[in-house]
Design a protein around this ligand. Structure first.
Ligand SMILES: [Zn+2]
Ligand SMILES: [Zn+2]
Length: 340
């Protein structure tokens, strides 16, 4: 099943979680006819030695990741006077969708999103999108800073989508199953590996409980809590792009989560104020999921009969939320506050 992309409107960016899970195991694997290429990443390479198009597999059409990155670089440095960059300096290649790979990945059509902080690459973004078939989008920004909104009063840090579309998905696995989490990658922080978080979540007594995913982002912990049998899951975030992504993720994972209905709430707020406002409600076979946009500190934990609060802050905002978690524990001794 295909969904209309909330960012670019096309029907080719977003597909159902079942479909992603089905193709994931072989998505970036090389076939018997595939070519291998592993290039030096940290020194400038001699681009004239690499014939990019010859490295596309005649059977499956994929190319080794390094061939795609070298093609991106060659497309960007067509003039002789341009500085020489190493492959690493080109940017961060994000697999789209991001699924586990156990060998150097071989990339197919539109399966790569490039995040770069190089002006040289940024200037060529339209040409890259046109000429390098694996690239679905180019994003420009400070790759060292955490993308998104660190806390409700902070200034959000976002990157710029220069070409194509920035939506991409990550497969998230736990002992309870797998879900697929889509993100508007220019506005949502990149999470490379959440195995540790999933193990921590998996050890909690979530089944039949009321769970508040207080800093939900695109919904990873909250949606996994649904899969773990929570009776009611409340997702909340102060960053509207994250809330919109979480809404998309409820729809994309509908069947996997056993969701029967999803109902969008009418938006009444014109501007962000702290009080969480209901964004949508979903019903499952054994419970309810609610998605809110607001500051979780304004959330009425008592009245909502919350059993477990999940606090998963941004890298860099840990101190602030650690103190907040302590406060919550003192105020609601019966509630289990879990800091990730
Ligand atoms: Zn799109
Ligand atoms: Zn092949």
């Amino acid at each position: 099943m295909r969904f209309r992309c909330p960012n670019c409107g096309s029907l080719s960016c977003v597909t159902s979680a079942e479909h992603v899970l089905k193709i994931a195991p072989t998505m970036y694997a090389k076939c018997q006819a595939c070519h291998d290429l592993v290039l030096q990443k940290t020194d400038a390479i001699n681009l004239s030695d690499i014939s990019f198009n010859d490295l596309a597999c005649t059977n499956c059409g994929r190319r080794p990741l390094d061939a795609v990155m070298a093609h991106i670089l060659a497309t960007s440095v067509q003039r002789k006077d341009r500085p020489k960059l190493s492959l690493r300096e080109v940017g961060t290649p994000l697999l789209s969708p991001g699924v586990p790979t156990y060998a150097p990945p071989h990339i197919g059509y539109h399966n790569l999103l490039l995040l770069t902080n190089q002006r040289l690459i940024a200037d060529a973004s339209d040409r890259i999108l046109r000429e390098v078939p694996e690239v679905a989008g180019v994003i420009f920004g400070d790759t060292k800073r955490v993308i998104g909104l660190a806390y409700s009063q902070a200034q959000p840090h976002t990157c710029r989508v220069l070409a194509g579309c920035d939506i991409r998905a990550d497969l998230v696995a736990s002992a309870y199953g797998q879900i697929v989490i889509y993100k508007s990658q220019s506005k949502i922080h990149i999470e490379h590996d959440n195995a540790v978080k999933m193990a921590k979540l998996g050890a909690l007594p979530v089944s039949d409980r009321v769970v508040l995913d207080a800093l939900a982002g695109p919904g990873t912990l909250g949606l996994m809590s649904v899969l773990m049998g929570a009776q009611r899951v409340i997702l909340n975030d102060a960053w509207l792009p994250a809330v919109e992504n979480a809404y998309l993720n409820l729809r994309v994972n509908k069947r996997i989560l056993g969701i029967r209905t999803i109902k969008r709430a009418p938006m009444t707020k014109k501007e962000f104020d702290k009080a969480p406002e209901l964004f949508c409600t979903a019903t499952t076979d054994n419970g309810v999921i609610e998605l809110y946009h607001g500051d979780f500190q304004e959330f009425n934990i008592q009245d909502s009969r919350v059993d477990i609060v999940l606090v998963d802050p941004f890298p860099g905002a840990e101190r602030q939320f650690n103190a907040l978690s302590e406060e919550l524990r003192k105020k609601h001794p019966r509630v289990q506050v879990v800091y990730f």
